[in-house]
Design a protein around this ligand. Structure first.
Ligand SMILES: [Zn+2]
Length: 67
């Protein structure tokens, strides 16, 4: 079974394979314990993007749990 990629706890961005630090929020903790995969194409027109404060297109986790 493939391992979950990391997701940033601050901007919820799902990080590429092998990356364990968000380039936008280097000081934010990342976690493999996340749920809800969402692809945002047009942040300014997306309710979910609005709710998560997403301002750039990409793949995001809805919920990121930090231990
Ligand atoms: Zn981030």
């Amino acid at each position: 079974m493939p391992k979950n990629p990391f997701a940033c706890s601050e901007c919820h961005l799902i990080l590429p394979d092998g990356i364990d630090q968000c380039s936008r929020c280097p000081s934010a903790p990342v976690s493999v314990d996340w749920s809800g995969y969402v692809v945002v194409m047009n942040p300014s027109r997306s309710d979910i993007a609005n709710r998560l404060n997403i301002d750039k297109p990409g793949s995001y986790a809805l919920k990121v749990n930090i231990r």
